[in-house]
Design a protein around this ligand. Structure first.
Ligand SMILES: NC(=O)C1=CN([C@@H]2O[C@H](COP(=O)(O)OP(=O)(O)OC[C@H]3O[C@@H](n4cnc5c(N)ncnc54)[C@H](O)[C@@H]3O)[C@@H](O)[C@H]2O)C=CC1
Ligand SMILES: O=C([O-])CC(=O)C(=O)O
Length: 345
């Protein structure tokens, strides 16, 4: 049985994500941490007749660390959808000013109270917030790259849905048969469509392929525009965030139910800390150290990753997309690293 803590658990993503976690029979405690309404959301969820005990933690003021420390105490998994979402006209990078310090401070508390927890970061810009958490953990001497994940599952979920639409097959059939690699913003997102021969991207015409790639890369904008100022994807993100959290829980408790023929979901990770990661960085990623790749899990941590360049039949078109992605990623990573270097922890 595991304890899961959701930081930002009263938000647009946090609430439905926490609902899904509450339904998981392997969860013994679900801790909701938020700066608003944490106790209300916890009380509400606690009436659901599943075994997870739900607790709510809300700080009295900015200085009060007892709430976050209570929420993190003894936790196995921390999921972080805390921070502000986009409005129309903004990029994810525009969220850096607010969300960077939120993720930094949460990471510092995790380092102190739950240094062995698996940490799943949803807060944007993911391309920078994951390096921020990693740098905090490094500075505080607790960094384990096998346990830090930028959640990019929504890109896979979108790719499955949109490719299913185009190929006239159910999205369930596409699930786990394509991969999305790279980062989590616009042209840093790289869908790979040719992983299995029976759903070959080359079946799409050039124009259909270009539209598919664009839709996966900019799917987040569709939702931001449709919500028209009321935020970004929350429900599809809660589903995607839970899908990844569930994999972690399954691998922790040792009853993986997922189809082993499927390619694992990707996560945005620090490659030099993983076996074979340095080679990937040098040979294929022009020195970029954070990249989303499919990850194999064991005991809630990364056992290995799937090298897309040798195992996933990358086409020339996809290689070009990777080159574009790498340019955008490096500056976002640098921004995160420099932010922590200039921060007092
Ligand atoms: N990784 C991904 O694929 C996706 C990431 N996101 C990102 O997730 C984040 C959250 O989005 P929403 O839930 O829609 O926003 P929201 O505004 O509805 O919820 C955010 C919650 O975080 C809380 N919060 C703010 N500061 C906090 C702190 N210091 N500690 C704990 N909680 C804090 C707020 O009180 C609020 O309840 C945004 O940054 C958004 O861009 C959104 C969709 C997809
Ligand atoms: O677009 C946004 O700002 C939220 C997000 O990351 C997504 O929906 O993929």
């Amino acid at each position: 049985m595991v304890k899961v803590t959701v930081c930002g658990g009263a938000g647009g993503i946090g609430q439905p994500l926490s609902l899904l976690v509450k339904l998981n029979p392997n969860v013994s405690e679900l801790a909701i941490f938020d700066i608003v309404n944490a106790k209300g959301v916890a009380a509400d969820l606690s009436h659901i007749n599943t075994s997870a005990v739900v607790t709510g933690y809300q700080p009295k003021d900015k200085e009060d660390k007892s709430a976050i420390e209570g929420a993190l105490k003894g936790t196995d998994i921390v999921v972080i959808p805390a921070g502000v979402p986009r409005k129309p006209g903004m990029t994810r990078a525009d969220l850096f000013n607010v969300n960077a310090s939120i993720v930094r401070d949460l990471a510092a508390s995790i380092a102190k109270v739950a240094p062995n927890a698996r940490v799943l970061i949803i807060s944007n810009p993911v391309n920078s917030t994951v390096p921020i958490a990693a740098e905090v953990f490094k500075k505080l001497g607790v960094f384990n790259p096998h346990k830090l994940f930028g959640v990019t599952t929504l890109d896979s979920v979108r790719a499955e849905t949109f490719l299913g639409d185009l190929l006239l097959v159910s999205p369930g059939y596409v699930k786990g048969r394509i991969s999305v690699i790279g980062g989590h913003s616009g042209d840093t997102i790289v869908p790979l469509t040719n992983v299995v021969p029976d759903i070959n991207g080359s079946k799409l015409s050039g124009e259909a392929y270009a539209k598919f790639v664009h839709r996966v890369q900019f799917g987040g904008d569709e939702v931001v525009q449709a919500k028209n100022g009321a935020g970004s994807a929350t429900l599809s993100m809660a589903y995607a965030g839970y899908r990844f959290t569930e994999h972690i829980i399954e691998s922790l408790v040792g009853n993986r139910t997922s189809d082993s023929n499927r390619i694992s979901d990707s996560a945005y990770v620090y490659l030099p800390g993983l076996e074979g990661g340095n080679d990937l960085v040098k040979l294929h990623l022009n020195g970029v150290e954070y990249f989303s790749v499919p990850v194999e899990l064991e005991n809630g941590q990364i056992k290995s990753f799937v090298d897309p360049f040798t195992l996933l039949n990358i086409t020339d078109d996809e290689r070009k997309l990777v080159d574009v992605a790498l340019k955008g990623l490096q500056s976002s990573i640098d921004q995160g690293v420099n932010f922590v270097a200039g921060s007092k922890l």
